[in-house]
Design a protein around this ligand. Structure first.
Ligand code: SAH
Ligand code: SF4
Length: 354
């Protein structure tokens, strides 16, 4: 093997998009190729969504080979693909070290949403979440996050005949606990693949430093916060993160975020029967969000194996909770779980073998 082959290939999609352009244009110059090739190659990566340099048919074969030796586009192979009878498609992707992560395509009439993973597993241990019960394996590199989008985009076009309209960081992992890679991936989706910032939502358990960092960014990415309880005591029972970033500090960060960004914030509230679905809690929640422009998504709890006694709140309790928020002028909607039959719904993502 020559030393060039032994050199580890560089993942061009890890890092911010300007590094990709710089790396490619330096290499093109090194190879004595005309500078327009950089733009051509970028178009293959971002517009066509190729997963290898060999697919770039208008690039000279010798250059394709040289590029393939130096750089990698981080192709992901699906270990399994599961299709729900409601149209949802779940992929389990195998990463280069054998770790695996899931992403889910969720079609509705108006949107095609991709829910992607930011970590293999999650360290934060929310008691209602299957990924939390599974524990943390490792951070994803930004190339691995972006590759879930690229591979899913192909599937969306081939199988569903339409492009992905929205991306949500609501798969496995806590995006703001992998902040640098997640910000690089957001920038690549936005500046590289051309997805509008308002079509990309970062969902967080409430890591205050990460929320403050997102607030400083120029792009208006959407923010969703997993709340699930309006009081310190109850939130602490459900979500260990409440110990580190208590709800008052969290709301302080959200108010600052809103003052800077002027964007509506989504609050996610999973309704677990008899645990956090009392009408009184809806009243406290309404007081808590006073002055914040927000939208509360009420999600019926999706059952998970590690909590055999917990069930989704029955319809009438969900409606009562929602009506109490309505009465107090808090915009909210009850979300229908998707892909339950293939364990693709919110909070159900985990590796089935473990
Ligand atoms: N770590 C991030 C994003 C991944 S979780 C976060 O916590 O926001 C995506 C969403 O699914 C979160 O709102 C999470 O609270 C919710 N969720 C987790 N387990 C669930 C379950 N069993 N049923 C319904 N929603 C759940
Ligand atoms: Fe991690 Fe989010 Fe699940 Fe909590 S809800 S354990 S932060 S993935």
């Amino acid at each position: 093997m020559s030393s060039a082959v032994e050199t580890a290939t560089h993942e061009v999609l890890s890092g911010p998009p300007e590094d990709l352009r710089q790396g490619l244009s330096d290499f093109i110059a090194e190879c004595g190729e005309p500078s327009f090739r950089t733009r051509q190659i970028e178009a293959w990566i971002f517009e066509t969504g190729v997963r290898g340099f060999d697919e770039m048919t208008n690039v000279p074969p010798a250059l394709r080979t040289a590029l393939g030796k130096r750089f990698s586009l981080t192709p992901l192979e699906p270990e399994t693909v599961a299709r729900s009878n409601d149209g949802t498609i779940k992929h389990l992707w195998r990463l280069d070290d054998g770790e695996r992560v899931e992403s889910v395509l969720i079609p509705t009439r108006a949107r095609l949403t991709l829910c992607l993973s930011s970590q293999a597993g999650c360290a934060l241990g929310c008691r209602f979440c299957a990924t939390g019960a599974f524990g943390f394996r490792r951070q994803l590199r930004s190339a691995e996050i972006v590759a879930q989008y690229r591979e899913s985009r192909r599937v969306a076009e081939q199988e569903l005949g339409r492009p992905i309209s929205n991306v949500v960081y609501m798969g496995m992992g806590e995006p703001l606990a992998n902040l640098d890679a997640v910000i690089d991936s957001l920038r690549t989706l936005h500046d590289g693949f051309g997805l509008g910032a308002r079509r990309i939502t970062v969902s967080t358990v409430g890591l205050v430093p990460g929320i403050r960092e997102l607030a400083r960014r120029p792009e208006p990415f959407e923010l969703a916060v997993s709340l699930h309880a309006p009081t310190h005591e109850l939130r602490l029972e459900l979500m260990p993160i409440e110990k580190r970033y208590p709800i008052t500090e969290l709301f302080g960060a959200l108010r600052d975020y809103q003052a800077r960004k002027n964007r509506r914030i989504s609050l996610e509230y999973t309704l677990i029967n008899g645990v956090n679905d009392d009408e009184e809690l809806a009243r406290i929640l309404a007081d808590q969000v006073h002055g914040l422009t927000c939208f509360v998504n009420l999600i019926p709890f999706n059952p998970i194996p590690s909590q055999p006694d917990w069930k989704a709140s029955p319809r009438r309790r969900i409606e009562a909770f929602s009506a109490t928020l309505d009465e107090r002028g808090v915009p909210n909607a009850v979300r229908t779980p998707r892909g339950r039959d293939i364990a693709a719904a919110c909070g159900q993502l985990r590796l089935s073998q473990t």
